[in-house]
Design a protein around this ligand. Structure first.
Ligand SMILES: C=C(O[C@@H]1C=C(C(=O)O)C=C[C@H]1O)C(=O)O
Length: 267
């Protein structure tokens, strides 16, 4: 629950090669959680508020499972870690473990894009990864509402860590080229900041690596397609990163930098 990504020293946390290595490691986590979720049909019912009555809550079943999970995990310090951000800030509870002190690596900020991430996950990512629930399977689908919602929590939390790791990337780039970023931030030039933080070659490598990993992890060695259909649609995984994960990571970078001068001599 505590930081699973090495934040042991500020220098380590802000080395761009080290950060990129962590992002590569997160690809495996995201992919394996998505493969688990893709075992179950889309189960659109669990995403509609009121479709499954929940005593004392107006949330959808899926949101209620996520909210309840965040309540528990906030008590055991999950959201003390600088790479973890809640989907439901109102779910936060008092700690039952002693506070941990992490190196102050990031600048004070309130950047949290989990709401947009969850909207895109339900509207675009899941339909690409999960079989639609036909009328015939509807009765059977109800048997895995809980499993689907539980798998969603793990997918959403790993995707959230991935996009919000953009803060460490942005801080690293800011320290490497401070004058350039100070000028762009003071001019409130979001397009200019986006251009400055963009590395098209790295993005292309991310997408190509994901295509290979989805092919590798999505098949059982030695079993042909006829014996064991693919566990995940590789193109859906690539599309998820191309259309949502990378763009949201860059939005997090830009918005983090837009707050970076607060309380500094450059403000
Ligand atoms: C994360 C970085 O910043 C940007 C976002 C990337 C991504 O989300 O994969 C890759 C390259 C950059 O355009 C980086 O430079 O490594």
């Amino acid at each position: 629950m505590d930081a699973t990504i090495d934040l042991s020293t500020a220098a380590q946390a802000l080395s761009l090669p080290h950060i990129r290595h962590q992002l590569i490691r997160l690809e495996d986590t995201v992919l394996f959680h998505l493969i688990e979720r893709a075992q179950f049909p889309l189960n659109a019912t669990i995403y509609h508020p009121g479709a499954i009555p929940i005593p004392g809550s107006h949330l959808s079943f899926s949101d209620w499972v996520l909210h309840s999970t965040e309540q528990l995990q906030s008590q055991i310090r999950r959201y003390q870690s600088p790479d973890e951000y809640p989907f439901f800030p109102d779910a936060m509870q008092e700690l039952i473990l002693p506070e941990l002190v992490y190196p102050q690596v990031l600048w004070q900020n309130d950047v949290n894009y989990n709401s947009e991430l969850k909207t895109r996950y339900v509207a675009s990512v899941l339909p690409g990864c999960c079989a639609q629930t036909g009328r015939a399977e509807r009765a059977e689908a109800q048997e895995n509402y809980g499993s689907a919602a539980t798998a969603d929590v793990l997918c959403l939390q790993s995707l959230s860590r991935r996009i919000h790791f953009g803060k460490f990337v942005a801080e690293s780039k800011f320290r490497q080229d401070t004058a350039r970023y100070v000028a762009l931030i003071q001019a409130e030039d979001r397009a200019g900041i986006d251009e400055a933080i963009t590395d098209a070659k790295v993005e292309a490598k991310v997408l190509e690596r994901l295509r290979v990993k989805a092919e590798m992890y999505g098949a059982d060695p030695g079993l042909g397609e006829a014996d064991a259909p693919r566990k995940i649609d590789g193109e859906a995984v690539v599309a998820m990163y191309r259309d949502h994960v990378i763009p949201l990571t860059k939005v997090v970078e830009v918005e983090y930098l837009m707050q970076r001068l607060r309380g500094t001599e450059w403000e």
